[in-house]
Write a protein of this length. Structure first.
Length: 216
């Protein structure tokens, strides 16, 4: 197998978390006297971390953002992390097949604590051996390549032998900035609005997790 490290985004790639994120954001808006936003609209705001999501939600609701909006959102979301969130169809089988072949890792802009709780709750942590980098750790959030570069160094591989699988342009930019291969998960909610004209010859694309092994 060409790739010696496979790194996955979390939301929209390994897990479908859109409803829990949307309901948490809408609960916050309702607390502030604003109407709810469509789940699909909130899904398009996900990917740059919780602080950016909250800012986008209040901008879309045409409402001033309270100074305590972020901790309030995190409290709401942390209370329902696994209410509706689940792995995408085929993800457990994919990880089971890949784990013996190469190290697997997660790179997410979600806070690390929430990411670990979700991975534990969905029985996915076993595939990553602690190789999980969150958005609130020592590395800048994606699209900065720092977190991915750390995972590459930790695995002792060359960037060219690493692949980042993600559903958004943020993941695409991160992979390219680190010199890794990008695989775009077109089934994820972050793909909505992806500027496909940016895709290059070496980029991979999948419409279902089961398609990934054939690209490796």
């Amino acid at each position: 197998m060409r790739f010696r490290l496979i790194v996955f985004d979390l939301d929209g790639t390994l897990i479908d978390s859109r409803r829990d994120l949307a309901e948490s954001a809408n609960a916050l808006l309702q607390q502030c006297g604003a109407p709810s936003l469509a789940e699909e609209a909130i899904g398009r705001m996900v990917g740059d971390g919780a602080a950016t999501l909250v800012a986008r939600v209040f901008a879309a609701g045409n409402l001033p953002q309270p100074s305590d909006a972020l901790p309030r959102f995190l409290a709401l979301y942390n209370s329902r992390l696994l209410r509706f969130t689940k792995p995408y169809d085929g993800i457990p089988e994919l990880l089971t097949n890949l784990a013996p072949l190469a190290p697997l890792a997660v790179l997410t802009n979600k806070p690390l604590g929430a990411a670990r709780l979700i991975l534990d709750g969905l029985a996915l942590s076993q595939f990553f051996n602690g190789r999980v980098v969150g958005g609130d750790g020592p590395y800048p959030r994606k699209p900065s390549p720092d977190g991915l570069e750390h995972l590459i160094r930790d695995a002792g591989v060359d960037p060219a032998s690493a692949m980042l699988v993600g559903d958004s342009v943020i993941d695409w930019r991160t992979a390219h900035a680190a010199g890794a291969t990008s695989c775009v998960a077109r089934y994820g909610f972050g793909f909505d609005g992806f500027p496909v004209e940016l895709l290059e010859k070496g980029d991979r694309q999948i419409d279902h997790p089961a398609e990934l092994p054939a690209l490796l």
